[in-house]
Design a protein around this ligand. Structure first.
Ligand code: PEP
Ligand code: MN
Length: 338
């Protein structure tokens, strides 16, 4: 059960609430987020909800049968909207495209990508400065200096930044330069990292684990939320399957299922999802039709020369065509949803 507490609940009221919870054998977990104070109470006994709903200091109470609680749609039926400022919102009917290279490579590349985004009215640039690579000999990113350059160029043009954080120790130094922290598929169950991101005041995008289930993705989000950060989005980026004809199996089923289970926005990543450049656009469009609230896509002025993931990266001409198709598909999808 989730108990939403009054902001200024008195300690006497809190003690009384704890007594009642103890009587019905529910264990309270106190949660303070950027916005609100909650108790997630875990227990098995049947009880009359009015026993708690009527207590002093209780704003609202919800019985949530799902194992994850705070990210469940069972208690919060309205969609969470992630507001990045300057009118850039994701979720609850607001759609965004996040576009940019797999890796940040240097000043010229950032400049030309930003120019491409501005020209095409895309508000968020993606790009990794800490790159998880299967081989330790591959390019592993420009690190904090790369991020500072990324920020300098983007902030001057009003472009928001999403970039991957790989370790708890990186968070603090990155904080001033990112708009959204991305947690990569390989860190989907790095619970220390998820705990730490729960304590920052910046939105987080969680990618589904390489072999992660939908429930595991929701639990990862529950870690972040229960540590205090309500601004979370979930990203379907393909899972590992027996199929070898493409890089990953983009699980489009996950999109409507997630939208049904959670109030958090859902992002589709067709670049990693299929991993083959010529098929990225159709899968992006399918993701949007499936109900995604945002698209994240890898783009580069010259994918053949990209430092990483060039084989799944669109050039700017291809990307510009896709953005337009996405915008019309999105209109179609909205009509379809009504
Ligand atoms: C990426 O976005 O470039 C990336 C490494 O993604 P994932 O964690 O989904 O593999
Ligand atoms: Mn990549």
């Amino acid at each position: 059960m989730i108990i939403q507490l009054e902001k200024n609940i008195s300690s006497t009221a809190q003690d009384r609430l704890e007594e009642v919870l103890a009587e019905i054998q529910y264990k309270p977990n106190y949660i303070q987020t950027q916005y609100q104070k909650y108790i997630v109470a875990i227990g098995k006994e049947e009880f009359d909800i009015r026993q708690i709903g009527g207590l002093e200091g209780v704003q609202d109470i919800h019985q949530v049968s799902d194992n994850y609680k705070l990210v469940s749609k069972k208690w919060k039926v309205e969609d969470t909207v992630i507001d990045l400022g300057d009118g850039v919102k994701i979720g609850g009917g607001h759609f965004q495209i996040m576009s940019g290279p797999c890796s940040i490579e240097g000043e010229a590349q950032i400049e030309e990508t930003v120019a491409h985004l501005v020209k095409n009215n895309v508000k968020i640039m993606r790009g990794g400065v800490y790159k998880p690579r299967s081989s330790p000999y591959s390019f592993r990113g420009l690190g904090l200096e790369g991020l500072q350059l990324f920020y300098k160029i983007c902030s001057a043009r009003g472009i928001k930044i999403i970039t991957e954080v790989m370790q708890v120790e990186q968070i603090e130094a990155m904080l001033d330069y990112v708009d959204v922290f991305q947690v990569g598929a390989r860190n989907a169950q790095n619970f220390n990292l998820l705990d730490a991101l729960g304590r920052v005041d910046k939105p987080v995008m969680l990618k589904r684990g390489i072999s992660g289930t939908i429930d595991e993705l929701l639990y990862a989000a529950e870690y972040v939320f229960s540590n205090g950060n309500e601004r979370i989005m979930l990203c379907e980026r393909g899972i590992r399957s027996f199929e070898k004809a493409y890089r990953n199996t983009l699980d489009l089923n996950a999109i409507p299922i997630l939208k049904h289970k959670t109030h958090l926005p859902v992002v589709v990543d067709p670049s990693h999802g299929i991993g083959i450049r010529r098929f990225v656009a159709p899968m992006a469009l399918a993701g949007v039709m499936s109900g995604a609230d945002a698209l994240i896509v890898e783009t580069h002025a010259c994918p053949e020369k990209a430092f990483s993931d060039g084989q799944q990266t669109l050039n700017f001409q291809e990307a510009a065509v896709l953005y337009e198709q996405i915008r019309s598909t999105r209109t179609l999808q909205e009509g379809f949803n009504r």
